[in-house]
Design a binder for this molecule. Structure first.
Ligand code: GDP
Length: 296
């Protein structure tokens, strides 16, 4: 699972502190040096780590800790709160249009897990009594349409497709129209990714954005790619007003830096975490629960 390394290291740091009755300023500085290293090793963005440590230190060196009978617990509590803030503070919910359907546009690089997420999100919405429609807007990757149809078939959610000879802008527009005509309250539009960010891909997704004016633009990022995930998120965010990020592959042995940096760097909330290939392996992202999990 993600964060194992970071989690173990932080628990060691705080375990040492807990063993002491009194905590001096030097102890706090030593502990923060170790937290800093642990975060850098977990591939958290350098600047994010710097700001984080500064905030924690400022609070930990305050009166509160010195006076406390359980200084280590107070420090852990401060770190927990700051980690939660770093990942967005409170849980950020999926948008809901005032007038249905709510249109959700998926963005991201090829292989990030967009098509899989489209199916997963449809299943989640369906379990909440919504009536989603999937739109097959990735006409370039061979088998992407089929993959979405298979996913839709598994959960009994219809998939709108016009094949691979019609422009994705047209497909998206007609898909949204179909959702309106057939009373769907959510439309999830899968889009094409490339191996890296390229101008043509960006223009196409921007054109889709203009055509359907989505309520939610979710960037799907592979947490396994570490720092690169943050760069990708930043580039997409500059070009396309993202409303949320979904981290995928958090089940792998990713070091977790992406999860800890992406919100701080882009300002975009992480809305969901994908934790496996199965269609039910999707969770709402709760910053507080993730922070507690990391701190053990
Ligand atoms: P797309 O190109 O962005 O549409 O990516 P796909 O949805 O086709 O996913 C690429 C690969 O990643 C597929 O083999 C998926 O099964 C796999 N995948 C997607 N999400 C996850 C996840 O959360 N965990 C794991 N382990 N694999 C995932």
């Amino acid at each position: 699972m993600a964060f194992e390394g970071l989690s173990t290291r932080l628990q060691n740091v705080f375990g040492k502190l807990k063993g002491r009755g009194k905590v001096t300023e030097d102890d706090v500085n030593d502990a923060m040096r170790e937290v800093r290293l642990a975060m850098l090793e977990a591939d958290v963005n350098f600047k994010v780590v710097k700001d984080f440590i500064a905030k924690v230190k400022e609070k930990a060196l305050g009166q509160e800790v010195v006076k406390s009978f359980t200084p280590a617990m107070v420090i852990i509590d401060i770190v927990n709160k700051e980690l939660t803030e770093l990942m967005g503070g409170t849980q950020s919910k999926l948008a809901k249009a005032n007038k249905p359907p709510t249109v959700i546009l998926m963005a991201g690089l090829q292989g990030a897990g967009k098509t899989t997420l489209t199916g997963k999100l449809a299943k989640l919405l369906q379990s909440q009594s919504h009536k989603p429609l999937l739109v097959a807007g990735d006409i370039y990757r061979p088998a992407a349409i089929k993959q979405l149809q298979v996913l839709g078939g598994q959960i009994d959610v219809p998939v709108f497709t016009l094949g691979d000879q019609v422009s994705p802008v047209e497909i998206a527009k007609k898909g949204v129209q179909q959702a309106k005509d057939q009373g769907h309250d959510y439309v999830l539009i899968d889009t094409a990714g490339r191996l890296q960010i390229d101008a043509e891909l960006m223009q196409e997704i921007k054109d889709i954005h203009t055509a359907v004016n989505p309520d939610e633009v979710l960037l799907v990022v592979d947490a396994m790619t570490g720092q690169e995930a943050v760069n990708v998120a930043q580039s997409f965010h500059e070009q396309l007003a993202l409303t949320g990020v979904v981290l995928t592959k958090l089940d792998g042995d990713t070091r977790g830096g992406a999860a800890l940096s992406v919100k701080a760097v882009t300002g975009c909330p992480i809305k969901f975490a994908s934790t496996g290939e199965r269609i039910d392996q999707l969770e709402a992202f709760h910053p507080d629960r993730m922070a507690s999990r990391i701190l053990g």
